[in-house]
Design a binder for this molecule. Structure first.
Ligand code: APR
Length: 236
């Protein structure tokens, strides 16, 4: 396919905004597409505060499985393109809805994780958050204080972390190039980010094999997979 590449040097602040489709080519299932996690699992039983309060073991088992699945997968060419751009352009940020840490495994930095991470755990009673990266299973399910630990993930009905939201809003409202990749654009407030970027004057593009719910308002839609489109769109 012949497409014109984007000259990153003509932009001052660049935001890559990624969703589950970015990790799909690595083999991590999406949430809503074919084979999506929420077709197999009822999120009310696995991914909300009520579920964790009712049956923390079941919720931990589910998230241990997510960790094991992610560890079986590896970053693809699309992740590598973003990392390479970051290495040469300090003004490239990533805002992701993904919790799998795949951007960081590709060597990316400056990753704003809107929905938390399966590689962090927290104790709500003692008020700490820690990385837990050692094995596919969470190292501990209970804190030394006796309470259940909680994966540091934004589940359904949770408020987003206000500091993370502020960082994302700031990055997006300052950017002049916004590239949305692999998100269905149905989960808010993330679904409003292309609109936010557009309203502050950024050029907005989308990379997705299927147009997202927000495709109507972006400048260009590149219909295709992240791992195939990103190497065509950016010379690295
Ligand atoms: N490259 C780019 N996009 C792809 C690819 C690919 N190889 N494969 C699939 N997609 C697209 C699909 O067309 C779809 O638009 O990825 C999108 C995945 O959509 P969702 O599964 O809804 O994932 P996402 O938008 O990230 O979900 C948002 O919902 O359940 C919550 O917290 C969870 O972060 C998640 C949030």
């Amino acid at each position: 396919m012949k497409i014109d590449s984007i000259n990153i040097d003509s932009f001052k602040q660049i935001v890559f905004f990624t969703g589950a489709g970015m990790s799909a080519e690595s083999g991590v299932p999406t949430y809503r597409g074919e084979g999506g996690v929420w077709h197999e699992y009822n999120w009310q039983e696995y991914a909300c505060q009520e579920a964790w309060e009712l049956n923390p073991e079941k919720v931990f088992d589910f998230h241990d499985l997510r960790r094991a699945e992610a560890l079986k997968c590896f970053p693809h060419k699309g992740h590598d393109v973003i990392t390479a751009l970051q290495n040469t352009h300090p003004n490239v940020l990533i805002v992701t809805q993904n919790i799998d840490g795949m951007h960081q495994r590709a060597g990316s930095e400056n990753v704003i994780e809107l929905h938390g991470s399966i590689w962090r755990i927290r104790c709500e009673k003692e008020g700490w958050v820690k990385e837990d990266l050692i094995t596919s299973n969470f190292e501990k399910r209970k804190c030394d204080c006796g309470t259940w630990l909680r994966p540091d993930i934004i589940w359904f009905s949770d408020m987003l972390n206000p500091d993370t939201v502020q960082q994302a809003n700031e990055a997006i409202s300052k950017c002049d190039l916004f590239i949305s990749i692999g998100t269905s654009g149905v989960v808010w407030p993330a679904a409003g980010y292309p609109q936010l970027a557009k309203s502050t004057g950024a050029m907005c593009v989308e990379v997705n094999p299927e147009p997202s719910e927000q495709a109507w308002m972006v400048d260009d839609v590149y219909k295709g997979k992240a791992g195939e489109m990103l190497p065509l769109l950016f010379d690295v």
